[in-house]
Design a protein around this ligand. Structure first.
Ligand code: UT7
Length: 325
């Protein structure tokens, strides 16, 4: 089996900023409530760019960083809860936008856990020798499925995309990847089931497609699974928290991250946080954070990172990344 590493990373973020004060003009909320309950100060909201547009932006940066031509890509795996269309996959739209003419393309649905789920799938194709280079993308325009009348959810989410180029390697890269799900908790967080619409169903029985969440249940699940998943990665890799340069958690709520920091007795600053600027961008939050850390020069060759995510399903995912670029 071959080793697999990330050789390029990039983000695609809309320019348009929506602050907490902007939101307080739309729903009954305040900067004070949003900041103290979530840590979010602002988020990016698309002014017409679709999920594949943001994804393509992220991909172009990741390709440039890794000195990879679009034609070298064997597969595009895109995780999203807000695709351009139900069919074809958003990965196909990205393929066309970037000219990755030799790639197989498909989307996966694992909500906020999706980037690491996609990483696991991509890594398998490289390990077995079936692919040489795989694009793994987390991309969302959640603003198109947000219920902008529901203050308990619309203040949380934002739009954005992140992409990584995976390649086979002699050095260690991505390992100890775990993914899991609890489908019996599906009702606590999601985007309304796509309604059945045919002449036998009355129009009033058809719901609009929008996001809904039982925040408290999700908070409870997230707080415990983050710690469990990090422990699993550490045990599997034979490492301790001292060996890890950064933990990059899914950016949902600063209180969930602070709880994990406290429980794991991690030093201040070990968990990377940027949700104050972007809100919760679901599948995109981890690759956006990774790209930002790379741009800021925070991660150096040989650094060990843990990625950990949780979300609708419920789903969760975590892995170790050795930064060998
Ligand atoms: O990526 C997917 C994963 N998602 C998550 O991880 C989200 C996890 N959950 C959370 O982050 C938190 O549960 C929330 C931020 C969603 C909510 O925080 P909370 O501390 O659980 O607040 P709450 O739902 O208990 O609401 C407290 C109060 C309520 O008023 P009453 O009933 O006490 O009078 C809400 O109506 O805050 C009210 N409220 C708001 N007030 C101002 C709810 N949303 C807002 C708002 N502005 N935006």
């Amino acid at each position: 089996m071959k080793e697999v590493k990330i050789i390029g990373i990039g983000s695609g973020i809309p320019d348009n900023i929506m602050t907490n004060d902007d939101l307080s003009k739309i729903v009954d909320t305040s900067d004070e409530w949003i900041t103290t309950r979530t840590g979010i100060k602002e988020r990016r909201i698309s002014k017409g760019e679709n999920t594949s547009d943001l994804a393509a932006k992220a991909v172009m940066k990741a390709l440039k960083m890794s000195d990879t031509k679009p034609e070298e890509i064997d597969m595009i795996i895109l995780s999203t809860s807000s695709p351009d269309a139900l069919s074809p996959s958003t990965a196909c739209f990205v393929q066309d936008k970037i000219g990755a003419v030799n790639a197989s393309c498909f989307d996966i649905s694992a909500a906020c856990s999706g980037f690491v789920y996609a990483l696991r799938i991509g890594a398998q194709f490289i390990k077995t020798g079936e692919c040489k280079k795989v694009l793994v993308i987390g991309a969302e325009v959640l603003s198109k499925i947000t219920d902008w009348t529901d203050r308990s959810t619309c203040v949380l989410f934002g739009d954005g995309a992140g992409a990584a180029v995976l390649a086979e390697s002699d050095e260690k890269g991505v390992s100890s990847i775990f993914t899991g799900a609890q489908g019996n908790k599906a009702g606590y967080l999601g985007i309304t089931c796509v309604p059945v619409k045919n002449p036998l169903v009355k129009p009033e029985e058809i719901e609009n497609i929008k996001l809904h969440m039982d925040g408290k249940e999700v908070f409870r699940f997230a707080s415990s699974i983050v710690i469990e998943a990090i422990d699993k990665v550490l045990k599997d890799s034979g490492l301790t928290m001292d060996d890890i340069k950064y933990v990059i958690p899914h950016q949902a709520n600063v209180r969930i991250i602070e709880y994990a920091v406290k429980k794991l007795k991690a030093p201040e600053g070990k968990f990377y946080i940027n949700l104050d600027k972007y809100g919760n961008t679901s599948a995109a939050s981890i690759p956006i954070a990774l790209a930002e850390m790379n741009e800021k020069g925070l991660i150096k060759k040989g650094d060990k990172l843990i990625l950990v995510a949780f979300g609708a399903g419920f789903t969760w995912s975590a892995c170790l990344v050795e930064w060998n670029i």
